[in-house]
Write a protein that binds this ligand. Structure first.
Ligand code: TYC
Length: 101
C-alpha cells in the first residue's frame, strides 16, 4: 500500500493546541463564616493562611475571586470538593469554574 499524504489547507490552524486552562472562582455569600472559607481554601488549594485570607476577603468585598487555574478536570474536581465541604456543614459556600479566554 502506498502511503497517503494529507495536506493541510494553508489557512488551517496548527494541529496541536494546548487545552484551555480553567479558573476556579470563589463566590461570596452572607452565611458562610470567614474562618471556614479560609480553612477550605487552605485544605483544597494548599494555600497559606495569608493567601487564603486575601482570597476570602477579595470575594467578600467584590463578590467573587479567582482562586487558581488548572486543567478543566482538576478545576472541576476541586470546585466540587470545596463546595461539598461547605454543604456538609450546611453552608451555601460555592466555587464555580470558567475557561480562561
Ligand atoms: N461574606 C461571608 C461573611 O461575612 C464570608 C465569606 C467570604 C463567604 C467569601 C463566602 O466566598 C466567600 N461571613
Amino acid at each position: 500500500m502506498s502511503p497517503v499524504i494529507v495536506k493541510r489547507a494553508r489557512t488551517a490552524k496548527p494541529q496541536i493546541e494546548r487545552p484551555r486552562l480553567h479558573k476556579v472562582i470563589l463566590i461570596n455569600d452572607d452565611y458562610t463564616p470567614r474562618e471556614f472559607v479560609v480553612q477550605v481554601l487552605k485544605a483544597e488549594f494548599r494555600m497559606s493562611e495569608d493567601q487564603a485570607t486575601k482570597v476570602m476577603l477579595t470575594a467578600h468585598q467584590r463578590g467573587v475571586c479567582v482562586v487558581a487555574v488548572f486543567s478543566r478536570d482538576i478545576a472541576e474536581t476541586k470546585a466540587t470538593r470545596a463546595s461539598d465541604a461547605g454543604r456538609a456543614k450546611g453552608y451555601p459556600l460555592r466555587f464555580t469554574t470558567e475557561p480562561e479566554e
